[in-house]
Design a protein around this ligand. Structure first.
Ligand code: SF4
Ligand code: SF4
Length: 146
């Protein structure tokens, strides 16, 4: 008989504890957001898609050499005044492991990890990116929320 009442009391007490936890968290500010209609700003060190400040590139090829997956490819030409000009700067995002080595090794901060992360696509061809094209990430910068 005593055991019966002890069970009722401990059961009621654990119910009260549970309800107190629920009440406490109900009054707290939500830590989740309504993604994709709401988005958080990415942190300073977030590594999104690789991007390029074309005017800063000195064509040293260090990013190409250090890339562990070989997803960067550059070609350049030389003017009669021996000035180097970029001809192509390809980035194969399919191979990129987002290690950030290219960003770290670049002496002029020309190549860098952007904050773009919404990179879903239906075709492989869209993952082969021309970093010289200023419109390359337009679609991913303003993804349509369906
Ligand atoms: S983040 Fe890493 S894998 Fe991607 S391009 Fe840079 S060095 Fe290559
Ligand atoms: S390391 Fe920087 S400066 Fe050198 S080729 Fe790559 S992007 Fe250009």
């Amino acid at each position: 008989m005593i055991r019966y009442f002890i069970n009722i009391i401990t059961g009621a007490w654990s119910l009260i504890i549970g309800l107190m936890v629920t009440l406490k968290n109900t009054l707290r500010r939500a830590v989740t957001i309504q993604y994709p209609t709401q988005k958080l700003p990415m942190t300073e060190r977030f590594r999104g898609l690789v991007d390029l400040r074309v005017e800063k590139c000195i064509k040293c090829y260090q990013c190409v050499k250090i890339c562990p997956t070989g997803c960067l490819a550059i070609t350049h030409s030389e003017t009669p005044e021996k000035k180097k000009e970029l001809v192509t700067f390809k980035y194969n995002m399919e191979l990129c492991c987002f290690c950030g080595f290219c960003d770290q090794v670049c002496p002029t901060q020309a190549i860098y990890m952007s904050k773009i992360y919404e990179i879903a696509t239906y075709g492989h061809e869209k993952l082969h990116i021309d970093l010289l094209n200023p419109e390359k990430y337009r679609e991913w910068l303003n993804p349509t929320v369906k």
